[in-house]
Design a protein around this ligand. Structure first.
Ligand SMILES: [Ca+2]
Ligand SMILES: [Ca+2]
Ligand SMILES: [Ca+2]
Ligand SMILES: [Ca+2]
Length: 485
């Protein structure tokens, strides 16, 4: 039965190269391998998975037998990948550092400096590593999202030099597609595929030429990270999923829809998955901590359908997914900057000098109060917040926060040993901020001394008491005086 296959190639306008001629740009080595049916000998070791924590540069590799090793390689923010750079059948780390445009390759799965480095591509390019000519050696090629074009390079750049010119290039995909590499038909040569997150579809291309996808499949759920590997050692690469919200891998042995053949918990949110035949791992290091747990959340309510709600939700989307490393500082103003018309904020009332005035981004203090309380109840160390000048009944008295630029701000420190992430959600009439991380078992109680007549104003105080896992406690009290409204 023939399935109709979508063409994921963006229409390119007028085509100047007839389809038949496009085959000519396939390099001779690859065409020879395809025509002769040769499949260069390659270790048929089943591949396993690894994870990189991009905020620390810590790598975790897990061999197929379950043994693990971890080591630091690279800096926070580097883009990790793996490949067999020296053709010995063992895949080892590579990374791309956007800040200086360099690729760094290492030939062993241990901590140490790069064996080879070279300049790479243009800013915004995505490295894709694979054996594109089937010679048993992996090289680093480019996917350029701005052009939706792959640039295939079958040699490693000279150490300290440049990447070298591409052997050939071709268009594939739409804006926003995420590339992956694998040998999807088991012919010994790697080709490329794309994950289109907007419709949850994977597109596979078995030839390194422009054209329709050879096959496609819908797979996974929103926010799944897709990658490819040979999980069963049959030399065909198939789909793997890392599901960040669960810290769990789902591996499937065929590129067809269906349930995972293997699944296991490994890793934590925000880590990046990768696959490879890592060989015998030296052991040592730590396993990735599943250190992302629900810590706290706070919800406030509002009337629907006003400009201020648009502003609150826009700010929530900007802040959503913020990652604060251990010791790092969360600041609303540092994340969002000024709320301007150019950024999409609308005119809505804000209290300025005791008067309600329409400003761009008016109403976002509701988000300020919500995120402030999420951190407050998470037990994190507060640096800065300022309540409203007048009491607003939809917020808690005392433990609420207004926003303005450059001040007031809502600032907390992540005074734990684990990353935290700030996740937002909303309905037409409510805004919620949740924090995921590991607050080391802190329990939080907030009490308010409240004798407020909203129209008259008055003084309030509130006390947060944190009980730590060892039973010790810490209290902090804030005082505030509301003006008559
Ligand atoms: Ca190697
Ligand atoms: Ca190669
Ligand atoms: Ca192939
Ligand atoms: Ca396989």
């Amino acid at each position: 039965m023939q399935t109709v296959i979508d063409v994921p190639v963006r229409p390119l306008g007028e085509r100047t190269v007839p389809p038949a001629l496009r085959w000519i740009i396939v390099p001779l080595a690859l065409t020879a391998a395809l025509w002769m049916g040769t499949s260069p000998a390659r270790a048929a070791e089943a591949e396993s998975v690894g994870l990189v924590d991009p905020t620390t540069g810590l790598w975790y590799l897990r061999s197929a037998d379950g043994s693990t090793t971890s080591f630091f390689y690279g800096n926070p923010g580097d883009s990790p990948f793996v490949g067999d750079w020296d053709c010995d059948g063992v895949e080892t780390p590579g990374l791309y550092r956007r800040s200086n445009g360099s690729v760094y390759l290492r030939n062993s799965n241990t901590q140490g400096i790069a064996d080879i480095s070279f300049f790479f591509g243009n800013p915004g390019d995505i490295p894709v590593a694979g054996d594109f000519d089937g010679d048993g050696c992996d090289t680093v090629s480019i996917y350029r999202p701005s052009e939706q074009r792959f640039y295939i390079i079958n040699s490693i750049g000279a150490d300290g030099g440049g990447l070298g010119v591409a052997d050939f290039s071709f268009s594939f995909g739409n804006p926003g597609d995420v590339p992956f590499v694998g040998d999807f038909d088991g012919d010994g040569g790697d080709t490329v595929g794309l994950h289109r997150r907007s419709n949850g579809t994977l597109y596979f291309n078995n030839q390194l030429v422009e054209g329709a996808a050879a096959s496609q499949m819908a797979y996974g759920i929103a926010n799944d990270v897709m990658f490819m590997g040979d999980w069963n050692g049959d030399e065909v690469d198939t789909v793997g999923i890392f599901r960040p919200v669960e810290g769990r891998f789902y591996l499937r042995d065929s590129n067809t829809s269906g349930v995972a053949d293997v699944t296991f918990a490994y890793g934590a949110k925000r880590m990046l998955p990768l696959s490879g035949a890592f060989g015998p791992l030296p052991g040592g290091g730590t396993a990735p901590k599943r250190d992302y747990f629900f810590v706290s959340s706070f919800t406030t309510r509002h009337a629907c359908c006003q400009n201020r709600v648009h502003n609150i939700q826009l700010m929530a989307r900007v802040v959503d997914g913020t990652v604060i490393p251990p010791g790092g500082t969360f600041s609303v103003n540092a994340i969002t900057g000024a709320r301007t018309e150019a950024k999409g904020y609308k005119l809505a009332p804000a209290i300025i000098g005791g008067e309600y005035v329409d400003v761009y981004g008016g109403g976002v203090s509701q988000f300020g109060t919500t995120v402030y309380n999420a951190f407050l109840f998470g037990g994190y160390d507060e640096i800065e917040h300022k309540p409203h000048s007048v009491y607003i009944s939809r917020y808690p008295a005392c433990h609420e926060a207004t926003l303005g630029t450059p001040k007031p701000d809502v600032i907390f420190v992540n005074d734990t040993d684990s990353l935290l992430t700030v996740e937002t959600s909303y309905t037409a009439t409510s805004i919620t901020v949740a924090i995921y991380g590991n607050n080391e078992g802190r329990r939080v109680r907030v009490t308010t001394n409240r004798t407020i007549d909203p129209t008259v104003g008055g003084s309030v105080s509130c006390t947060r008491t944190i009980t730590f896992a060892d039973g010790s406690t810490e209290s902090e009290t804030w005082f505030w005086t509301y003006k008559p409204s």
